[in-house]
Design a protein around this ligand. Structure first.
Ligand code: C2E
Ligand code: MG
Ligand code: MG
Ligand code: MG
Length: 270
């Protein structure tokens, strides 16, 4: 009796596992298809200074899955990373963002804007990453001084020497670096001091409850102080209310991104 039940449990588990695996295999196939058929787009979200003026944008990838709904990047980016598709996808993002940047040159209200581009770990660690970025810049004519690559802490901590070399090679050309989701990873202060960063992005998880959770408020203030000490810009992401902005501004924050200032929108809307 017990044995039979056990076997059934295992069979049930297998079935569920198989369903999960099938769903992933199908999503991977759809990702491949969309890479071939130009099924990805970029949205742009404003980044503002402390007087509310737009100073730049972050490019955010959007995927309209074939005969389905939009899938969140937090779902398909990890899969693209695991399967290696992120290399092709990341190259497309970089090129599309650079083309957009160049098209902003022709209008005085957008000609000064910077473009922040998310770079995943696997993409950054490609031996040819530096060459890839430089080629895209050359091909598109984008101004490297207006490009900012957003990296995450986990990416920076692994293989620190190579990371620093890669960053220096790109910084030499004028490209900037932001540390995304700062405070959620494991980077130590010793790392932070060595990395040629330009900006820290306070993760939205600390911004969300910054007015009600004293721990989050303390973390946000610490990051602002750290940025000041290390000579780095600090931008708060996920700012949704004027009260959050005011609190952060009071503690020295000079740059903001979040629904309060604008949601990610298409290039035309932007
Ligand atoms: P991220 O780089 O930290 O981007 C910020 C995320 O917060 C975006 O989600 C944005 O839409 C969302 N957001 C902005 N303001 C607010 C706000 O006020 N409230 C709330 N609740 N959310 C806000 P999205 O577009 O879904 O992207 C999720 C993540 O996917 C990104 O986090 C980034 O890690 C990754 N991602 C997006 N595009 C790319 C890409 O082109 N390449 C790579 N490698 N990763 C990407
Ligand atoms: Mg980002
Ligand atoms: Mg972030
Ligand atoms: Mg994130």
């Amino acid at each position: 009796q017990a044995k039979a039940a056990g076997r059934n449990t295992i069979r049930f588990f297998d079935l569920r596992m198989q369903t999960v695996i099938n769903a992933r295999v199908e999503m991977e196939a759809d990702l491949r298809r969309s890479l071939q058929s130009h099924g990805f787009t970029l949205n742009y979200q404003r980044q503002t200074d402390n007087s509310g003026h737009t100073v730049g944008a972050e490019a955010l990838l959007r995927w309209q899955r074939p005969s389905s709904q939009q899938v969140s990047p937090s779902v398909f980016i990890p899969l693209a990373e695991e399967t290696g598709l992120i290399l092709q996808l990341g190259a497309w993002v970089l090129e599309a963002a650079c083309r957009q940047l160049v098209s902003w040159d022709s209008r005085p209200e957008t000609a000064h804007l910077t473009m922040a581009v998310n770079v995943s770990a696997r993409q950054f660690r490609q031996p040819a990453f530096v060459d890839q970025v430089l080629h895209v810049i050359e091909r598109t004519g984008a101004d490297p001084r207006r490009i900012k690559l957003e990296l995450t802490e986990s990416l920076l901590v692994a293989n620190i020497e190579n990371t620093i070399d890669t960053m220096h090679a790109l910084k030499e050309k004028g490209i900037g670096f932001a540390l995304d989701d700062f405070g959620t990873g494991y980077s130590s202060l010793a790392y932070l001091k060595r990395l040629p960063l330009d900006q820290l992005k306070i993760d939205q998880s600390f911004v969300r409850d910054v007015l009600t959770d004293p721990n989050d408020a303390a973390i946000a203030r610490t990051i602002l102080g750290l940025g000041h000490t290390l000579g780095l810009d600090v931008i708060a992401e996920g700012v949704e209310t004027a009260n959050q902005r005011d609190f952060l501004a009071m503690h020295g924050c000079r740059a903001f991104q979040g629904y309060l200032f604008g949601r990610p929108v298409t290039a035309e809307q932007f």
